[in-house]
Ligand binder design. Structure first.
Ligand code: A2P
Length: 280
């Protein structure tokens, strides 16, 4: 049998699986920025979930091989958005964010399209009032949930507390909440004036602002409830989601449990859920 030599196949450039293109970047402070990227057509997620995203790491000094450097990031855009949005801290020596902070439109990032997380409506029992408690970049999942019609359909009132070090660190959240008023889709789907259900309570801890202090302290003293003109939490009506740094999450968990709330999960919906904000 005459076996013909197989013609040499020209090596195809290896395409990075699940690589997405950056469509916009906004810097808020020297510590915080947000960016948007294309969304894979196959990616389905529930508002409030997170995915792994990242960049290729530096080449290994011996083998020259590069490995992906991935971290968990809450998706800040809602489930209906045709693009994805993320909100990130910039850590000068952080393995990923020291590089990620330099991305610009047209660059590529790696995305593992396996969304997971507990800050989802499915993990909470029905209630009347929904609290979003955030510090720093912990606002990201709430940026998603605040653009999700179900949030306003399921609750009479949504209270957002956001504690940051400085006034500039509140900008992303403040602009997002302000932008809801003119969001055509939400006004159409939920009804004009839906945003009146929102009570926003921003506080700073290291720079002068109209309301200073940690939300935990402000709740313990009763000041936060008095400022907001609301009753303290009760397990019958209130549902809560927590996303911030570890110390904050733990302190607030204890406080919510003192109010009688119980931690829930996807498999066991209860009255509050918690997730750690991404830190590099
Ligand atoms: P503080 O400035 O008093 O530490 P970070 O940027 O370090 O993640 O912090 C974000 C915000 O969370 C800061 O305003 C910080 O206040 C606040 N914070 C840190 N730990 C706690 C905590 N245990 N309870 C409430 N707020 C906290």
């Amino acid at each position: 049998m005459n076996v013909q030599a197989t013609p040499a196949v020209k090596a195809q450039p290896k395409t990075q699986p699940n690589t997405q293109t950056i469509t916009g970047v906004t810097h808020y402070t020297d510590r915080l920025f947000s960016f948007r990227c294309t969304r894979p057509a196959s990616l389905r997620f529930r508002s409030g979930e997170f995915v792994m995203i990242g960049l290729m790491g530096d080449p290994d000094p011996v083998t020259g091989r590069q490995k992906p450097l991935l971290r968990a990031y809450s998706i800040a855009s809602p489930s209906w958005d045709e693009e994805l949005e993320f909100y990130s801290i910039k850590v000068p020596d952080g393995p990923l964010t020291s590089k990620l902070q330099h991305i610009k439109e047209g660059d590529e990032i790696i995305l593992r399209p396996k969304p997971v997380g507990t800050l989802v409506h499915d993990a909470l029992l029905p209630g009347k009032r929904l609290w979003f408690f955030a510090t720093g970049t912990g606002f990201a999942p709430f940026a998603s949930l605040l653009r999700e019609p179900q949030t306003f359909e399921d609750y009479d009132e949504i209270i957002i507390t956001h504690t940051c070090r400085t006034v500039g660190e509140l900008t992303y959240g403040r602009d997002l909440i302000e932008g809801l008023k003119s969001n055509e889709l939400l006004n159409e789907v939920i009804g004009e004036g839906f945003w009146k259900k929102i009570k926003y309570y921003p506080t700073t801890t290291r720079e002068e602002s109209p309301k200073m202090g940690r939300i935990t302290d402000l709740m313990r003293s009763g000041e936060a409830f008095a400022d907001l003109g609301v009753e303290p939490l009760c397990a019958q009506n209130d549902r809560a989601m927590i996303c911030g740094n570890l110390a904050f999450n733990l302190e607030l968990k204890d406080m919510l449990e003192d109010f009688g709330l119980v931690e829930g999960a996807n498999s066991d919906p209860q009255t509050y859920v918690v997730e750690k904000a991404f830190l590099d």
